[in-house]
Design a protein. Structure first.
Length: 421
C-alpha cells in the first residue's frame, strides 16, 4: 500500500490519537474535512496508514457495498508490517472467528441466528431487569447525597442486565462487570479481563447444552445448525456472545453518561429532571447524532483498487468508518442545528449488512433509557457537582465517553428495589 500521505492530500496524514479526540473532536473532523475532503489519510499506532471516511455519502457507499469494501480483515495489505504486540490487534483482529469478520452467506446466517436469539428476549422482562439493577445500584449511593455516575452507575448497569438475559446467574454478574471494565480499560488487567470473559462464555455454552433456559445463549444453541461444516460451533457462539456483550456494554454505558451530561448541562432538557419523559428520548437521540458513543470503527478493506471521495484506494487498504464525522457532514447537515426530534438517519449503529442488529439496538435503548429514567425518578434534583467545563472525556478516537460525571442530590432512603415508584 502506498502511504496515504503520498496520495492526493493537501496536508499530511493525521495521527489517529491525541487529546483532541477528547477535547474537540468536532473541530478536528472539520479541519480534516477542510484539508483532505471526505476521505482523509490517517496514521494508526506505530505509523500504520489507513483512510478515515468522513463524508456521510461516502460512508453510506462503503457500508452499503460489502463486495468492494469487505469486512474480511485478511485482505489488509499491512499485515506484514504489524508486530505481534500491536496495541490495536484486539480491535483489528487477524484470523478472528467472530461474526465481526465473517462475510457473505455465512455472515447472513450467523447474523440471523443472533437476531433470532435477541428477538426472543421479552421486552417487558428486559425492562424489569434493567429497573431492578438500576434500583440496586442507586440504593448503594442514594443516601450519600453525592456520587460519580460513570463509575458507580453507567459502567455497571448494562453488563449486569446483559449477563442476566444471556443466561448467567446473578452471582456471576459482578465478576463479569469487573472483567468487562478491565478489558475496556486496556491496561495491565485487560488481558486477564478478556480471558475471564472468554472462559465464562465457554462455560456458559457448555452449561446451556445441559440445562437450557429462556435466555440468549440457549436460543443461539437452539438455532445452531448441524455440525456438517456449514453450522456454527460452540466456539463461534461463545465468540459471538463476547462480541455482543462488549458491543452492548460500553457504548450503552457511554450513551447513558453522554445523555445525562447533556440533560444536566443544557437548559433545553431541564424539564426532564422533573419527570419529563419526552425529553429523555430527545436527549438520547441528540446524543446519537452529536455525541455518539462510537466515534470511529475499524473497518472495511478494499477488495480491489477503486476510487472513493476523489481518492485512489488501493486493494487491501483499510478504511475506518468515521461515524461521528459523517453525522456532522455539512453536505447533509446544511443548517448545523442539533437534531433532537425523531430523525434516526445517523450512523450511530452503523449501516449495511454489518450494522448493529436491530434487536440489539432495541436492547441497548431499553437499558439506557430505563437507566436514565429510574435515576431521574429516584433523584429528581440531580445536579452536577462540578462546573461543566471540568468534565473530561477518555482520550480515545474510537469510543467517546466521560471519564467521570460527579453529581449531587438530596439524600434519599433506599427504595426496596423500586417500591417508591
Amino acid at each position: 500500500m502506498t502511504c496515504p500521505v503520498t496520495g492526493a492530500a493537501t496536508g499530511a496524514a493525521v495521527p489517529l490519537s491525541g487529546p483532541r479526540f477528547a477535547t474537540e473532536p468536532a473541530e478536528l473532523y472539520r479541519e480534516m474535512r477542510r484539508d483532505h475532503g471526505s476521505v482523509a489519510p490517517v496514521l494508526l499506532d506505530g505509523g500504520v496508514p489507513a483512510w478515515l471516511v468522513l463524508g456521510y455519502r461516502e460512508l453510506h457507499q462503503v457500508t452499503g457495498d460489502p463486495m468492494l469494501f469487505s469486512r474480511d480483515s485478511e485482505l489488509w495489505n499491512q499485515w506484514p508490517n504489524i508486530p505481534a504486540d500491536w496495541p490495536l490487534l484486539p480491535m483489528i483482529g487477524h484470523k478472528q472467528p467472530s461474526i465481526l469478520y465473517t462475510v457473505g452467506e455465512r455472515h447472513t446466517r450467523r447474523a440471523a441466528m443472533i437476531a433470532h436469539a435477541l428477538e426472543a428476549v421479552d421486552p417487558f422482562e428486559l425492562k424489569a431487569h434493567a429497573e431492578q439493577f438500576a434500583d440496586e445500584l442507586i440504593d448503594s449511593f442514594c443516601g450519600k447525597g453525592v456520587t460519580e455516575i460513570i463509575a458507580d452507575y453507567a459502567m455497571l448497569l448494562p453488563v449486569r442486565v446483559l449477563a442476566r438475559i444471556y443466561g448467567f446467574s446473578d452471582e456471576q454478574g459482578p465478576g463479569l462487570v469487573t472483567a468487562m471494565n478491565d478489558m475496556i480499560d486496556g491496561r495491565e488487567r485487560a488481558l486477564a479481563g478478556q480471558q475471564h470473559l472468554a472462559s465464562s462464555m465457554v462455560a456458559l455454552i457448555a452449561d446451556k447444552h445441559v440445562r437450557p433456559g429462556q435466555d440468549v445463549a440457549s436460543y443461539m444453541i437452539e438455532t445452531q445448525l448441524p455440525d456438517d461444516g456449514s453450522g456454527f460451533s460452540d466456539e463461534e457462539i461463545a465468540q459471538d456472545l463476547m462480541v455482543m456483550m462488549a458491543a452492548g456494554h460500553q457504548p450503552t454505558a457511554d450513551w447513558i453518561g453522554n445523555s445525562l451530561r447533556l440533560m444536566l448541562t443544557d437548559d433545553r432538557f431541564a424539564a426532564s429532571l422533573f419527570g419529563g419523559r419526552h425529553s429523555v428520548a430527545e436527549a438520547m437521540n441528540e446524543v446519537l447524532w452529536e455525541d455518539t458513543p462510537t466515534q470511529n470503527v475499524a473497518g472495511r478493506w478494499a477488495s480491489r483498487d477503486t476510487q472513493l471521495g476523489g481518492r485512489r484506494i488501493n486493494s487491501g487498504d483499510l478504511l475506518l468508518l468515521g461515524l461521528a464525522a459523517a453525522n456532522a457532514d455539512p453536505q447533509v447537515r446544511t443548517d448545523g442545528s442539533a437534531l433532537t426530534g425523531g430523525n434516526s438517519a445517523h450512523f450511530a449503529f452503523g449501516h449495511g449488512e454489518h450494522r448493529c442488529p436491530f434487536p440489539a439496538q432495541e436492547v441497548a435503548e431499553v437499558i439506557a433509557r430505563t437507566g436514565i429514567e429510574v435515576l431521574l425518578d429516584r433523584l429528581p434534583d440531580l445536579d452536577l457537582a462540578v462546573p461543566a467545563t471540568d468534565l473530561t472525556r477518555r482520550p480515545s478516537p474510537w469510543l467517546r465517553g466521560l471519564t467521570d460525571l460527579p453529581v449531587r442530590f438530596t439524600p434519599t432512603p433506599s427504595s426496596a428495589f423500586g417500591e417508591s415508584r
